[in-house]
Design a protein around this ligand. Structure first.
Ligand SMILES: [Cu+2]
Length: 501
């Protein structure tokens, strides 16, 4: 993605992304979840310095953009050495942590020169390499942050990306015996700058959908990475989105494939499978897998599809590969010698706990409202659906009508390169409070996509401003929300064709 970078300093690249992870459901589930693993942190080498750096960022109302910027000299270690640990966080300017349903960290990726070092999302998995391994670092390296911070509100915000680094200076005696690692970025949508795919409700088998294995385009093999040298894999943890159950990492040599780690999403609280309130299982400090140049690493991810569709989902298992072989079992000789124990890097985060779904006076039940006007077009402007918005009193709030067999076209008239909106059906009345699990995409399986524009291939934008409802919908009142701004709710109504009089 370096080619698209321009300018100096703060680089506002319009890659937009989208996210949404937030649009998720509130659903208790009887399905058994894996037991919660222990929180384990490898010992830090003697002489390691732990320091938190702050990168202030201004975000626009409703922003959901994929942006890049250089980390300045005073925002990073000033001497050469080894990065052995990394913990991301996002704060408001006053030092408090915003609730995830208001300011949401869709993803952040640290790039050292052209290599991804670490990546995280709202689950904020910590990276601590096994003792003795580190990412080599020099102050002259180019260090960049790729972040997508999603502002669910219509207000501008000043936020601070905070990252804490465990850093072993090259001058420390322990540095002499360190072994370098590089991250192999194994991603189900590898090679895409905005690597997402959609999960339809009820897709897969028995409410579980595994991507790309069950996708019709699974032969594209974007989920593979060739190991560049003989070495040892020393750490991995999965990244997925709400609704995700686990990622699985494999290694293939010749015609043999061995699973080397499964990273489960460990959900907390009542909204299981439907929120960011989870921690990802990571490898234990003694996990090692010896690999050879030319081996293929691949990943797949499994989502629960019983309650909701999951738009713009991810499945990634970045894995640290040592610079030189440093031991570990050969997976093709003795796969049972690979330690499959999962550990957690942190527990429940309080900012992920507001599931939403509470009763509120804020929204009408559109099923009980009188008919609005028959319209061919509904504008979306200033974060409001101009006819049938559930927050609008009086006639403006009544659902617009469309005759069965016809369409209503929604048109985004907010700034199309900055503010994307969606029309995403949710089960009526869809009038409860917003949170990390509400609303869900649990209505008819249609979706507008993100109405707006951005660079093709690196953006979440649909690259159109309009979307028309399908003509096959049966008579009824259809409620919907915006996946980018879940407090935006609306409805339209399909009327049965009249019998001739
Ligand atoms: Cu919106």
């Amino acid at each position: 993605m370096g080619e698209i970078l321009r300018g100096r300093g703060l680089l506002v690249l319009l890659v937009l992304v989208a996210a949404i992870a937030a649009a998720v459901p509130s659903v208790a589930s009887a399905q058994a979840t894996p037991p919660l693993p222990k929180i384990v942190k490898p010992a830090l080498p003697p002489g390691t310095i732990t320091k938190t750096y702050k990168v202030p960022l201004s975000i626009k109302p409703g922003q959901n953009l994929n942006l890049y910027e250089y980390i300045k000299a005073d925002q990073r270690p000033s001497e050469a050495g080894w990065i052995v640990g990394f913990r991301p966080d996002l704060k408001l300017a006053d030092g408090t942590t915003p609730p995830v349903d208001q300011i949401h960290l869709h993803h952040l990726v640290m790039l050292l020169n052209r290599d991804i070092v670490v990546a995280s999302g709202e689950e904020k998995t910590h990276v601590t390499l096994p003792t003795g391994f580190g990412y080599p670092y020099k102050p002259t390296d180019r260090l960049m942050l790729n972040h997508m911070i999603h502002n669910f509100t219509a207000n501008p915000e000043n936020v601070v990306f905070e990252y804490t680094v465990d850093f072993l200076p090259a001058s420390a005696p322990a540095a002499a015996s360190m072994i370098g690692v590089q991250t192999q970025f194994v991603d189900v949508e590898g090679g895409k700058a905005y690597p997402v795919f959609n999960v339809k409700r009820n897709a897969g088998i028995n409410g579980r959908y595994t991507y790309p294995a069950q996708a019709s385009d699974s032969l594209s093999a974007r989920n593979r990475v060739r190991v560049p040298r003989d070495g040892t894999l020393v750490a991995t943890a999965g990244h997925l989105h709400p609704g995700g159950l686990y990622t699985e990492l494999f290694v293939t040599r010749g015609d043999k494939t061995v699973k080397i780690f499964r990273s489960n999403a460990h959900y907390y609280g009542a909204a299981k499978f439907a929120s960011w309130n989870m921690s990802m299982g990571s490898t234990s400090p003694d996990w090692r897998v010896a690999v050879k140049k030319g081996d293929i690493l691949s990943v797949q991810v499994t989502y629960d599809t019983r309650k909701s569709a999951w738009y713009e989902s991810m499945g990634i298992s970045p894995v640290a590969l040592s610079d030189s072989p440093s031991g570990g079992p050969d997976p093709f000789v003795d796969p049972s010698a690979i330690d499959q124990t999962e550990v957690l890097t942190h527990g429940e985060l309080k900012e992920n706990r507001d599931y939403g779904g509470r009763k509120t006076q804020g929204y009408a039940d559109a099923r009980k409202l009188a008919d609005g006007p028959t319209l061919a077009k509904v504008k979306i402007k200033d974060f409001v659906y101009k006819q049938g918005d559930l927050t609008m009193p009086g006639k403006k709030g009544r659902p617009p009508l469309v005759a069965q067999g016809k369409s209503i076209t929604f048109v985004n008239e907010d700034p199309l390169r900055e503010i994307f909106h969606t029309v995403t059906p949710c089960k009526a009345p869809c009038n409860r409070s917003s949170g990390v699990s509400y609303p869900l995409a649990d209505g008819p399986q249609v979706d507008s996509g993100e109405l707006g524009f951005g660079p093709i291939g690196i953006t979440a934008a649909a690259n159109r401003a309009t979307w028309s409802t399908p003509t096959y919908l049966k008579p009824g009142t259809y409620s919907y929300f915006c996946r980018i701004h879940p407090e935006m709710r609306g409805a339209w109504r399909v009327k049965a064709a009249k019998a001739k009089r």
